[in-house]
Design a protein around this ligand. Structure first.
Ligand SMILES: Cc1cc2nc3c(=O)[nH]c(=O)nc-3n(C[C@H](O)[C@H](O)[C@H](O)COP(=O)(O)OP(=O)(O)OC[C@H]3O[C@@H](n4cnc5c(N)ncnc54)[C@H](O)[C@@H]3O)c2cc1C
Length: 402
């Protein structure tokens, strides 16, 4: 590659880890071209915000509704995000519901320990802020599913769409989600094998083989969320609740199939309410993709509409039973509601070792919440993994003059 800058880097995935990597590389002085490729219509991934067709301005934080920083020092990107007004401390109250429907003080858990934050005006502002920190020169491609990966004879990465058309090329590739490397892509999208697998066979890089094997063993729990749009005439009863986050203890989870309730009020009196079903409930319905999900749109057929409606009925009835303590059915509002399905919602321990993050011989890196360490399986871990990968890349890749 004589004469060409050898540090153009592309990130597949504009979730928090992909956007954080771009931001941190810029902060550390990366001089090469940067680009990001995302199948969703906008950045955010599992921390995205869904705009509702039920009214202008109505939006749901339907994945992570907030995030916590549980260990110090905080990720380096936190301060510029706060200073730029992209995120803010979460001002709400958390309570816990027991099996008898009684409210208890929340005992704290891995999603609430430490300091709590949210995107200002929606969780997607976290990724928007990270992309802002990455600068205007980052090429951004949304609505683009990367289907195939190729390494040329000179070691450059190419990525292609489903019709084998080349989308882009770079010297370094970073996968911020596991889809291109994890066997779940077979079940999810009907692919023969994870797209990175044939490339790894050809490259014969032992470190990449180890990383692929570790990613294949990574397990994620599924979740699904029920989204209720609450118009202003019903909004006050939801705003008056003694919590903004209701967590269900194990007995309550068994009784109602619900794990968490997130109340997201707007200045104009409306509310978005998001009810998170338990892992057990989501696992029972793995074949239902949620008609509004990006994946459902990518699948050739989805015969599960009736099942989806049945799931909505079960979860709505459970929610109604829970809420009757505070809100009568006539004051509840919240229909029609929608189901969102997350097939790989929460990474399960032990997670990937940091040594697997960068394969310098193959010029490929990995980041995301699946790396072991503080914040594993959460947004904090996604931020930390990207900061760690950015450090490793800066130490490995020779700079070129800007
Ligand atoms: C319901 C739910 C509740 C949660 N609650 C919390 C919480 O309270 N606190 C907390 O800290 N965390 C929570 N989490 C976890 C948190 O959302 C994740 O840890 C975090 O968002 C992971 O970010 P990431 O960048 O590693 O992965 P992702 O957000 O999954 O980003 C990967 C991105 O890559 C894209 N992508 C993948 N493959 C391709 C491809 N082939 N082509 C193009 N694009 C591709 C995906 O579309 C996605 O946008 C929750 C998650 C869910 C689902």
């Amino acid at each position: 590659m004589a004469g060409s800058p050898a540090n153009a880097l592309a990130v597949i995935g504009a979730g928090v880890s992909g956007c954080a990597l771009l931001a941190q590389l810029r902060r550390l002085g990366w001089t090469g071209e940067l680009s990001v490729w995302e199948t969703g219509r906008s950045p955010g991934g599992r921390a995205s915000t869904r705009r509702s067709r039920r009214g202008p301005g109505l939006r749901f934080d339907h994945g992570a509704p907030l995030f916590n920083i549980s260990s110090q020092p905080a990720p380096e990107l936190l301060a510029p995000l706060l200073e730029g007004g992209w995120i803010e401390p979460w001002p709400g109250t958390i309570a816990q519901l027991d099996r008898d429907g009684q409210l208890q003080p929340h005992p704290g858990d891995r999603f609430s320990d430490g300091q709590l934050f949210r995107g200002r005006g929606g969780m997607d502002q976290l990724c928007q802020g990270l992309l802002h920190l990455a600068g205007a020169r980052v090429e951004r491609q949304f609505g683009t599913l990367v289907r195939h990966l190729v390494v040329t004879a000179t070691g450059r990465w190419h990525w292609l769409d489903g019709a084998q058309q080349r989308l882009g090329e770079a010297d370094w590739l970073v996968l911020s989600g596991t889809l291109l490397a994890h066997p779940r892509s077979r079940r999810l999208l009907g692919w023969d094998e994870p797209p990175l697998q044939p490339v790894a066979r050809r490259l014969g890089d032992p470190q990449l083989d180890r990383t692929l094997a570790a990613i294949a063993a990574l397990h994620h729990e599924p979740r699904c969320t029920l989204l209720l749009p609450i118009q202003a005439d019903h909004g006050q009863s939801w705003r008056d609740l003694p919590f903004r986050w209701l967590s269900f203890d194990p007995g309550a989870q068994q009784r109602w199939d619900l794990e968490r309730l997130s109340i997201q009020p707007f200045d104009d009196g409306r509310c978005a309410v998001v009810a998170h079903a338990t892992a057990a409930f989501a696992s029972k319905h793995l074949d239902v993709f949620g008609s509004g999900s990006t994946v459902a749109g990518r699948r050739t057929s989805d015969p599960t509409d009736a099942q989806e409606e049945a799931m909505i009925r079960v979860l709505s009835a459970a929610l109604q039973e829970v809420m009757e303590r505070w809100i009568s059915p006539s004051e509840r509002g919240g229909s029609p509601c929608q189901l969102m399905r997350w097939g790989a919602a929460l990474a399960q321990p032990p997670g990937l070792f940091a040594e697997l993050m960068l394969c310098p011989q193959s010029r490929i890196g990995f980041c995301g919440d699946g790396f072991a360490g503080p914040g594993f399986g959460r947004l904090e871990g996604a931020l930390r993994s990207s900061e760690a990968l950015a450090r490793q890349l800066m130490a490995t890749v020779e700079p070129i003059s800007a």
